[in-house]
Ligand binder design. Structure first.
Ligand code: 3HC
Length: 386
């Protein structure tokens, strides 16, 4: 098993592809941990914007005494536009380009001809099958998922995702690499769409959109209700924060790979078409032009936080049934990836399995969604934690 020393021996230079929300944060945490980083984007102005965001973030961290040497850290990051310059000496590539399959495939196949044969390739994709992305290269054993959470500097979780051909040695090295960043790795043993954290939120995302489409409640009412149970952000505020386009692409991908039930709603499509992508464009569900929105609505009794919990528990059980991760890792991933106080199996412990099953049946009927139907093991009265 490689230890941190081995990691620093094997990985010295990291290439981060993409300088956007995720890319700039990933480059920043790698530089903080002492790695030499190249951060690449397709235009000079994009890399410059990414560098400015890193500069601002490092200044905040230094002000709070969390780092001491912002200038030195910044000097470890080289902003580049040329792909060859970005990847030719890299020991590890972390791809964080837009969530469009064809773009990612094109980027990886370009890197294949430019990177060293021993370089490890990883993708920060939110949802896509690692096994499929790896096919753009000739090094499927050295290809894995490395999924960070937004904002990268503050969120502690990184999912380390195994593709069908990823070697165990690469998985272990990446687990140690994540630890060397001061983050918590969770191993995802099968690359199902959405992995752990995003996959668990797939049915609750579908429920959210159904509530809006059926005009059961407004986004503000949903957010006020959900913040009331201790979440750091309401789900619509979080969607704006991470990008409405990211949510849209995820739902589209789930509708193509899991179930038609996830097909993005017209409301969502229109938001993406009109460029209302949330925080990054200044407008999404909320107006972000003056900073973080103030949610003035009152919690609504037409929205039940328990329903969201129940559909997420059902999805968590499916992940265990499919051999994606262990219940304790799922709890850890959801808590650290979303800053939530409890994981799905911890919440399930306080409920009766029959209660979960009957509410899932009702939700499935009410919203005409197969994906809310209870799994076989729940129907048999079993929770994997029993
Ligand atoms: N660098 C340095 N400091 C930063 C920062 C950054 N990039 N971003 C925020 N901060 C600082 C703020 O300046 C603030 O500092 P202050 O206390 O001195 O003013 C501090 O962090 C806290 O921020 P806020 O006051 O704005 O707000 P919160 O207390 O609510 O914390 C949060 C912000 C940590 C983002 C919290 O709201 C949270 O945990 N939200 C949920 C985030 C989440 O769920 N992320 C995962 C999304 S899913 C995902 O990313 C997967 C992908 O595939 C889609």
């Amino acid at each position: 098993m490689p230890d941190v020393l081995d990691v620093k021996e094997k990985i010295k230079k990291v290439a981060v592809l993409g300088a956007g929300d995720m890319g700039h944060g990933i480059a920043e945490v790698c530089a903080i941990a002492g790695y030499e980083v190249t951060m690449r984007d397709i235009k000079q102005e994009f890399v410059e914007r990414g560098m400015n965001r890193i500069r601002e973030s490092l200044a905040k961290l230094q002000e709070k005494g969390k780092i001491e040497n912002a200038d030195e850290i910044l000097s470890r990051i080289k902003p580049v536009v040329e792909m060859e310059e970005a990847v030719k000496d890299a020991d590890l590539i972390i791809e964080a380009v837009p969530e469009v399959f064809e773009i990612k495939m094109q980027v990886f196949s370009e890197c294949e001809g430019l990177a060293k044969p021993e370089c490890i390739f990883t993708s920060n994709t939110s949802t896509m099958k690692i096994t499929e992305l790896a096919k753009a290269t000739k090094r499927e054993d050295k290809f894995a998922g490395l999924h960070f959470f937004n904002p990268v500097v503050l969120m502690r979780l990184v999912e380390v995702i195994r593709g069908e051909k990823t070697s165990e040695e690469v998985m272990q090295l990446l687990v140690e690499f994540v630890k060397s960043l001061g983050k918590e790795p969770v191993r995802v043993e099968k690359d199902v769409p959405g992995f752990i954290v995003n996959r668990i939120q797939a049915p609750s995302g579908a429920l959210l959109m159904a509530i809006i489409e059926k005009r059961i409640a407004t986004p503000e009412e949903v957010d006020a209700t959900m913040k009331g149970i201790g979440l750091p952000m309401g789900p619509f505020e979080l969607m704006d924060y991470t990008g409405v386009d990211i949510f849209y692409h995820a739902m589209k991908y789930y509708s193509e790979t899991i179930s038609e039930d996830y097909a993005p709603s017209e409301i969502l499509e229109n938001m993406v078409k009109s460029g209302n992508l949330g925080k990054k464009t200044g407008k999404g569900w909320y107006d972000w032009s003056k900073g973080r929105p103030v949610i003035e609505a009152k919690p609504s009794d037409r929205v039940s936080p328990l329903d969201f919990t129940i559909v997420e528990i059902n999805e968590a059980v499916k992940l265990v049934e499919m051999g994606v991760a262990k219940p304790e890792d799922i709890n850890k991933a959801v808590k650290l990836g979303l800053n939530r106080p409890f994981g799905p199996f911890e919440l399930a412990k306080s409920m009766k399995v029959e209660q979960i099953v009957s509410r899932l049946e009702e939700l499935s009927k009410e919203f005409e969604k197969e994906v809310f139907k209870p799994t076989e093991s729940l129907k048999a009265g079993k929770l994997p934690v029993d």
